[in-house]
Design a protein around this ligand. Sequence first.
Ligand code: GTP
Ligand code: MG
Length: 195
Amino acid sequence: MKIKQAEFVGSFTSLKQLPARSLPEIAFAGRSNVGKSSLINRLLGRKNLARTSGTPGKTRQLNYILVNDAFYIVDLPGYGYAKVSRREKMQWQKLVEDYITHSAALRCIVSVIDSRHGPTDSDMELISWLAWLGKPSLVVASKVDKLKQKDYHKAKHRITAAVEQLPVSGPMFFSAVSGRGKKELWAVLADFLEM
Ligand SMILES: Nc1nc2c(ncn2[C@@H]2O[C@H](COP(=O)(O)OP(=O)(O)OP(=O)(O)O)[C@@H](O)[C@H]2O)c(=O)[nH]1
Ligand SMILES: [Mg+2]
């Protein structure tokens, strides 16, 4: 995919606020700090279009990015971050659930997991839930640059074994630091977008 244009559209905390213009969407979900926003920036070749941070819980709204004036990338708040209040956690969770269950234009939800320790129980919960809902989804294991070659092969086996039992696409492997897997990931996302 050639990225001619990528612009931040806005951050939304309720479905009522979402952009009026309907375009195909690809959303990125997963545990907090797993690297969703970094992955999006690397995919788009932009530094901080999706805001990132070493502190978990950076993304707190539905963040819309318009790409090539043709589709949206949606950066979702992460789950499982312990240091926010229970009330706030429930608000994020409800927002993400409402979005995933109601968005008509959603072509694919990318479940991002950490290649070093995923899929965790909470990752499997999300991935299974998406499969149960019948939503098209794709598992991407990120941060592969943090693995030595030998550990990478082990991780690949472990993640593939867990994911292949479910009716989801992937797993694919990615690094936001090196850009590894970017071309392959775009090819699959373009298929979901039918572009
Ligand atoms: N080495 C390495 N570090 C990464 C990679 N992707 C993300 N990180 C780091 O992991 C931390 C979290 O990245 P984010 O992209 O903010 O994670 P997130 O999933 O968007 O987090 P929330 O917004 O809290 O849900 C940051 O310190 C990133 O620099 C990667 O592929 N390799
Ligand atoms: Mg984020």
